[in-house]
Design a protein around this ligand. Structure first.
Ligand SMILES: Cc1ncc(C[n+]2csc(CCOP(=O)(O)OP(=O)(O)O)c2C)c(N)n1
Length: 317
């Protein structure tokens, strides 16, 4: 009974403290991901994609701390990171579909986006290594900008993560490393692949560390704001580990988790929790973003292919 009461209180905090603006952005990311999955099923999108459902609140919570000149480095599961920063679902959808109006002319696709000071890469751990270099250049040029790097827990299996953490520590680089710990990497549960903990590994390099379990964006901002400001002022790297859940499959339909585990994940999904405690508001905002995505989807589907799609043909002319 106690845990049920706590869960209900948690839902109320989640819903009550989230502004319409933030909730709308989280719903837009969710709806974007649903659109992409639907477009895969109908054959309009090919290749691969990884949706961030379950993790939408993380970049939305952090976005107010990111200044224009700061760098954001995302990974294979990066749609939410991009939409939280730019709100540009249209450019991203066109990118994934290789249509005109795409953020990078359709060359990057789902995983390799470049826009101003935002890049994503599907190569695990490439982002943290590149981010370390960019942070070093910021420090060298005495710019007070930050590099935000998003990384998954499974990526802690790659050696260059530790080289990057080491350099970040030695040189005191202005980095905020955001670990989205969803406990699984494709089909490998973390208990099969990680000895010790992310905290233990990070502290081994003497970096500042925070663990966030909340899914309420304002609460997250309260828990992380001072530490992020300190990185900007003092240039001491910070790792923020979010304990989160991947709601959908790894990419498309490749989910090996048990029914019990999936039920737990769905129960913990901020979307379901908010819907349970603030149904009318969620549904009203959701209708708006659903219509927005539907209109956008129709628009993008009927566009001509992006320039690069003709590359081979044009090259041979
Ligand atoms: C260097 C490299 N090796 C393997 C892969 C294939 N791969 C893509 S995502 C992934 C798992 C990533 O797990 P995690 O870092 O926990 O992120 P999550 O998918 O859970 O968000 C793997 C092995 C890759 N993209 N890059």
């Amino acid at each position: 009974m106690k845990s049920l009461n706590n869960a209900i209180a948690g839902q109320a905090v989640l819903a009550g403290s989230t502004s319409d603006h933030d909730l709308e952005r989280m719903l837009l990311i969710r709806q974007y991901e649903l659109s992409v999955l639907g477009l895969f099923s109908s054959g309009h999108v090919t290749g691969t994609t990884h949706t961030c459902m379950g993790q939408e609140y993380i970049p939305v919570a952090l976005n107010p701390f990111i200044e224009e000149e700061d760098f954001v480095i995302s990974n294979h599961r990066g749609h939410g990171h991009y939409i939280a920063r730019y709100g540009d679902a249209q450019g991203l959808l066109a990118e994934v579909m290789g249509k005109q109006g795409a953020v990078c002319n359709g060359i990057g696709g789902s995983q390799h986006i470049r826009r101003d000071r935002f890049i994503s890469t599907g190569v695990q751990a490439e982002g943290i290594a590149v981010g370390t270099g960019i942070a070093w250049s910021y420090k060298y040029k005495q710019q007070d900008n930050l590099v935000f790097v998003y990384i998954g827990d499974g990526t802690f299996g790659r050696g260059c993560v530790y080289e990057s953490l080491n350099f970040a520590g030695i040189w005191n680089l202005p980095m905020v490393i955001v670990v989205e710990n969803n406990g699984i990497a494709i089909s490998t549960q973390q208990s099969y692949s990680m000895s010790g903990s992310i905290e233990g590994r990070v502290r081994g390099f003497d970096l500042d560390y925070l663990c966030i379990r909340s899914k309420a964006v304002n609460e997250i901002r309260e828990q992380t704001g001072d530490a992020i400001h300190r990185v900007r002022k003092e240039s001491k790297p910070l790792v923020i580990e979010f304990i989160t859940d991947r709601v959908a499959s790894h990419s498309k339909g490749d989910d090996t988790r048990s029914a019990d585990e999936l039920e737990r994940v769905r129960e913990n999904y901020w979307y379901n929790q908010m819907k349970a405690s603030d149904k009318a508001r969620v549904e009203k905002l959701e209708e708006g973003v659903r219509n927005q995505m539907q209109t956008l989807q129709e628009l993008v589907i009927h566009r001509e292919g992006a320039e690069w799609a003709d590359y081979e043909t044009r090259k041979n002319k």
